[in-house]
Design a protein around this ligand. Sequence first.
Ligand code: MN
Length: 249
Amino acid sequence: MNPSPSARAGRTFFIADLHLTDERPAATGRFFRFLQDEVAGADALYILGDLFEAWIGDDHDERVAGDTAERLAALTKAGTRVYFMHGNRDFLLAERYAARARMALLPDPTRIDLYGVPTLLMHGDTLCTDDTAYQNFRHRARHPLTRALLHRLPRAWRQRLAREARAGSEAAKVRKAAEIMDVNVDEVVRVLREQQARRLIHGHTHRPAQHVHHVDGRACERWVMPDWYTRWGYVVCDATGCTLRMDAL
Ligand code: MN
């Protein structure tokens, strides 16, 4: 049985890679039940990117966008803080939608004090430094000029561009070696050292796990959240530590 909302204070939830779209209603339904059954009453919910399968601008008109904003706003209103960090699929999500969903936008990376442990939050795509083709694309796609141009395009054009970008990335994934699409461990150690964090929580790779990395002789945890395609799950932390929970969708 789930604890009552009042018993959930002192806990913080982390999710990523839900890839919500009207085309996969099971994941959306699971997400809304998760908010109601697990997250309600918690200290905070951190959404670390790729909440949506695609995001072409804050005029995104899928039904799931409106429904999600409503649920997240209700959560904030009830006292659970909601934070959002961009993923590679929804990096165009902006202030207008964030205000509607009453969630705070976070830069990638963000370091927080999580019940006394300096914890680094990232989407995870910037850790995949072996995938140079993707890193080049990321740089071009997020350039302010590209964004300014995209904002001026009619919605139908942006929808078509997003479809083409997704098809291109799916085709590239088939060709790339599996190791290239995982994080580069040297980069993980570098950011942990640079940010002076003892824990890292990220998604993107769809390889849920708990890892330990040694940084200057100190053991640091790395938690990778699952995607919500055929399974669902999250990382939950309290003063005693973190846990990764997963189940079939
Ligand atoms: Mn991603």
